[in-house]
Ligand binder design. Structure first.
Ligand SMILES: [Zn+2]
Length: 420
């Protein structure tokens, strides 16, 4: 085993041990677990001879100097926060892959033609703050103006600005839309990430190359609002039963999904949270309100726009037939993002030197890579085979598959060096 491989194993096990929150792992955005992960990464990067810096909102940049210090740098990275009771690999694998790449380059005395920056990005998991890619957007000065003061963390109810300050950072530049990471500093961005679906697990390839990231939209505070009533005293025709209205909504949604046919194959519609209000609900009451989250994703923007219209029509139907208003509330949306084709071909060429033939595949989940691509930076993603999906304690990446992803990075950047 190489020293880089040993280091990667150490980092994964230190992280798992230090941020265990049974069942699983919790590293809240701007919480102690995320900070611990950043500190761990910085310590290993320092040992490898990297320069360490941090921007105003806490994104961490670990720079292995290349020959031309002024040239735009190769960026590799991902996030280090997790969902509550998630797994150890989602996000962290990308940062540790970057550090493992640096370790191999150092071990081989390879100096790249330009700097290699391993970036640990803050707060990617939207479960903490209802924003996509918070750290990446803030890096490029693109965080929505209201985000700092009006977005609150789901577990504490405190604002993003409060959490940034509490973690020792300064939200002011992000509030003013200041650029913390100039686009011209970034030659290209590669994010290594565990696959969060089952596509690779059924095949014989340890890694895949991502073509595009699905777009989507989400309503996190949707409600079906009817009227609370006595369960025995209110006969059927006088009810405005929020549970039945919600049930019609869900059933109608699934019928819409069926009707999408071919273009709907890649679309996902998910109601991941449902609740009646515990301060009002009772076993002897007709429910007056059901709260829920609706998450819709897919690779085709037109299909997504079509579904949005049909969901709105479905709300009208439920209001008419049940007397229950479906109020979707604020919509949180993100576009379909194409990754760089040329970079994917380069990664594929590098893979073939390792006798790998990674399949090309879209990503159903969103990633920081989307922001880099949106900024016009050539961006690629490498997926690592992973059993049991992600956002749960059972993420199961084989460390040997991880090694293959690191080998691909090494081969890719070595080819880049030989071409320059
Ligand atoms: Zn992730």
């Amino acid at each position: 085993m190489t020293s880089g491989q040993k280091r990667a194993r150490q980092m994964f096990s230190s992280l798992a041990e230090a941020t265990a929150d049974p069942p699983g792992i919790t590293r809240a955005a701007y919480g102690p677990g995320e900070q611990l992960a950043h500190n761990l990464a910085a310590r290993h990067a320092t040992e490898l001879g990297c320069e360490i810096s941090c921007d105003a909102i806490g994104n961490l940049y670990m720079t292995l100097p290349g020959e031309d210090r002024g040239a735009p740098a190769f960026f590799v990275g991902s996030h280090m926060d997790t969902v509550p009771h998630g797994g150890n690999f989602d996000g962290a694998a990308g940062v540790i892959a970057g550090l493992s790449l640096a370790a191999t380059l150092v071990e081989n005395n390879t100096v790249l033609p330009r700097d290699l920056v391993i970036m640990a990005i803050r707060a990617e998991e939207a479960t903490w703050f209802p924003l996509s890619y918070l750290g990446s957007y803030a890096a490029f000065g693109k965080l929505p103006a209201t985000a700092i003061d009006e977005t609150v963390r789901s577990d504490t109810g405190r604002t993003l600005g409060w959490h940034m300050r509490e973690a020792g950072f300064d939200p002011e530049p992000a509030r003013q839309g200041k650029v913390l990471l100039p686009v011209r500093r970034v030659h290209s961005f590669v994010e290594v990430h565990i696959e969060q679906g089952p596509a690779l697990i059924g095949g014989d390839q340890p890694i895949g190359l991502v073509t595009a990231l699905n777009g989507g939209f989400r309503y996190t505070t949707a409600r079906c609002i009817g009227r609370y009533a006595h369960s025995g005293a209110t006969s059927r025709q006088y009810r405005q039963d929020a549970v039945l209205g919600f049930s019609d909504f869900v059933h109608g949604l699934e019928k819409e999904w069926d009707s999408l046919g071919e273009p709907g194959r890649d679309v996902t519609l998910t109601i991941g949270q449902v609740a009646t209000d515990p301060t009002h609900h009772s076993g002897s009451k007709v429910a007056g309100e059901v709260g829920f989250c609706l998450d819709v994703r897919g690779p085709c923007q037109d299909a997504l726009n079509g579904i949005r219209k049909r969901i709105s029509a479905l709300c009208d139907t439920v209001a008419r037939t049940r007397g229950v208003d479906c109020v979707l509330g604020p919509e949180f949306t993100w576009p379909v993002t194409q990754l760089d084709e040329e970079l994917r071909h380069q990664l594929n060429d590098a893979a073939s030197t390792l006798n790998l033939s990674p399949p090309s595949m879209p990503s159903g989940a969103g990633h920081d890579a989307a922001v880099f691509a949106e900024m016009g930076i050539p961006t690629g993603m490498i997926f690592i085979r992973n059993a049991n999906g992600s956002h749960n304690p059972d993420e199961d990446m084989d460390i040997n598959d991880f090694d293959q992803a690191v080998s691909l990075l090494v081969a890719h950047y070595s080819l880049q060096a030989s071409r320059s």
